[in-house]
Design a protein. Sequence first.
Lengths: 224, 224
Amino acid sequence: MPAKPNTPETPATSVTPNAADASPDSRRDELVSAAARLFRELGYERTTVRELAKAVGLQSGSLFHHFRNKEEILMAVMAQGIEAVIRLGNAAVARYTDPADRLAALFRSHMITLLEGVGHDAMIALLYEWRSLSPQGREQIVVLRDAYEALWQSVLDDAAQAGLVHGDTRILRRFILGGMNWTVQWFQPQSPNGQSAAELTERMLASVLPGLPSGAGLGQGDSR
Amino acid sequence: MPAKPNTPETPATSVTPNAADASPDSRRDELVSAAARLFRELGYERTTVRELAKAVGLQSGSLFHHFRNKEEILMAVMAQGIEAVIRLGNAAVARYTDPADRLAALFRSHMITLLEGVGHDAMIALLYEWRSLSPQGREQIVVLRDAYEALWQSVLDDAAQAGLVHGDTRILRRFILGGMNWTVQWFQPQSPNGQSAAELTERMLASVLPGLPSGAGLGQGDSR
DNA sequence: GTCTATAAATCGATAGAC
DNA sequence: GTCTATCGATTTATAGAC
């Protein structure tokens, strides 16, 4: 079955157009990337389909050959965001067996993906445009989000078992993810004499989860 | 100078109509409360002035006798939110002298204000509708927000001095506020067999900042 | 201070030529 | 697959009667 963009008789059972067939569909990918950036800068509601089309050199009407409607664009952006963070999170955790190493790696993976990863615009849209989804749209995205949170829960539970963290790990999971997700509200990557995403990540890790293996040669040690 | 709603020759120097004159202006207050609730439920962009007017029993045109434009309503909502949390935060801190007590009190004040306080709709709008403000609007709100964050910084610095917390207190401040602010993304107050805002607050405090004086007779002790 | 009525602009989405 | 052209609905905000 070749790639067939936006045929009305095909119900959108999957968010992504099917990873099995290797259809490049570069136009669609280009649109999703541009949409992610605009949604982060302006928000979903304030981004018009005209702006979106212009960003990739199209007329507004041509958008609807690739997507049925505006919400489907948001869905594609969000799916890209959550899939990126899941894939990188799994890879980060798989590199270690020690609970402390795994927790630190997952923490770093989340922060870097969120602050400067390839899908960081998409992930920010995922986090902050939740309300713009229809109930049907949420159903699809919530499945992916829950899978990612389950990964965190598992890593945190192992860390608690090892005595690395204390207290209710379900609450800790939500609090830690919240503290990280909130960084996009104030962190400015290219600010002069400001810190980089990697520096911030190491300092935050050392302050929030002390006792974990810290630093990848980033000049930590004292946090002054 | 009596209350004079929305006279064009009066530049809006203050966000609130001036607390000095005791003008009730109950209609305006009513509008701000209704707007806060709608902004939280639907978001600022998706809330129309028609819905807003209907919520207080007005026609849409009558709104603009009380507010110059839609953004001015958002500004009033945000100002109400930040002023409430500043007032309650200051009061909570003022009750104690011990750094541990002050930090715990400020934590509780923030959580309760955010989750079920009188201005919690307004505070949520403040946190999540930042992008809908014009640059001029942000300038006014950021002053109030910075005052509140300075209170947190001061309390956290005292706690660090006393050895209650460790690490970079500026990063800790942002992380803790982020973790708390994120709770509105998942906490559901009236969920059956769910926890109350007060229960969640105590469990979160115990898990996130262990070693602080915990519990106001809420049955804490073990977090099971 | 609230109403009715509507201006003026913009929105998402469609139709049909090429 | 992209274009031009536009529909129809909806938006914020205004004008003037009462």
